[in-house]
Design a protein around this ligand. Structure first.
Ligand code: PEP
Ligand code: MN
Length: 265
């Protein structure tokens, strides 16, 4: 069981240092599943910044279930994230899938995301543990809490103390109405087990944009430190995860609702 104080993860961004942790306001990470082109990523960045987000998310390397599905635009998408960072000052969160891309991803990312499918990739965890950028570790879709915490331990043991845990829904027996089951019980459970900051991703957690606002509010009520929300300027045309993406207008409304709870940055 946990010993001691909540740790904080401090992430320098062009807009200043952002603090993740139990003792700080809720940090909001928002943006599309995939980086599609410069106009859409820069526009989305401006909109989510105006709404109140501190970080822009967007995938350059996408871990798709089918090898025939869109795989992300790779390095050229990293350049577009750099342009969006330059335009808005938002910090960048983007996924690393292959250790070969670590230096390219670390050049633009303020936080390196390890996706659900790579939570058990121990060699990748050791590599992000042996570099300086903070790491967002998503829960494997069938990972137990202990397996998830041990995956975090791989990063910590390799020398990087800056790990944020992200619940993104676990595999469900009933995928008819929601893509996954968002396990909000991790909030009190992880609080008792770890000092690390906790993020909730209701977008992948439900797979449906109409369910995202209530789950985001529930996560705040349960004490989350941060939220990850997928936002796309035209969800119907998105190259990945359109059905779970909020429009910028809906995201703006959600942040306003969240602020009523009084803890959003
Ligand atoms: C994502 O964040 O777009 C993503 C692929 O997430 P996950 O690894 O949780 O499926
Ligand atoms: Mn996605």
């Amino acid at each position: 069981f946990r010993h001691g104080e909540a740790s904080e993860v401090v992430v320098p961004t062009p807009n200043g240092d952002i603090y993740f942790g139990e003792l700080h306001p809720i940090v909001v990470v928002a943006g599309p599943c995939s980086v599609e082109n410069e106009a859409m990523i820069v526009e989305t960045a401006k909109r989510v910044k105006a709404a109140g987000a501190q970080f822009l998310r967007g995938g350059a390397y996408k871990p798709r279930t089918s090898p025939y599905a869109f795989q992300g635009y790779g390095e050229s998408a990293l350049d577009l994230l750099a342009a969006a960072r330059e335009a808005t000052g938002l910090g960048i969160v983007t996924e690393l899938m292959d250790a070969a891309d670590l230096s390219a991803v670390a050049r633009v990312a303020d936080i390196i995301q390890i996706g659900a499918r790579n939570m058990h990739n121990f060699s990748l965890l050791k590599k992000v543990g042996a570099q300086d950028k903070p790491v967002l570790l998503k829960r494997g879709m069938s990972a137990t809490i202990d397996e998830w915490l041990m995956a975090a331990e791989y990063i910590l043991a390799s020398g990087n103390p800056n790990v944020i845990l992200c619940e993104r829904g676990i595999r469900t027996f009933d995928g008819k109405y929601a893509r996954n089951t968002l396990d909000l019980s991790v909030l009190p459970v992880l609080r008792s087990l770890t000092h690390l900051p906790i993020m909730i991703d209701p977008s992948h957690g439900t797979g449906r944009s109409e369910y995202v606002p209530s789950m985001a509010m529930a996560a705040i009520a349960a004490g989350t430190d941060a939220l990850m929300i997928e936002v796309h300027p035209n969800p119907a045309k998105a190259l990945s995860d359109g059905p779970q993406s909020l429009t910028p207008d809906k995201f703006d409304r959600l942040v306003q609702e969240m602020s009523i709870l009084g803890k959003v940055v």
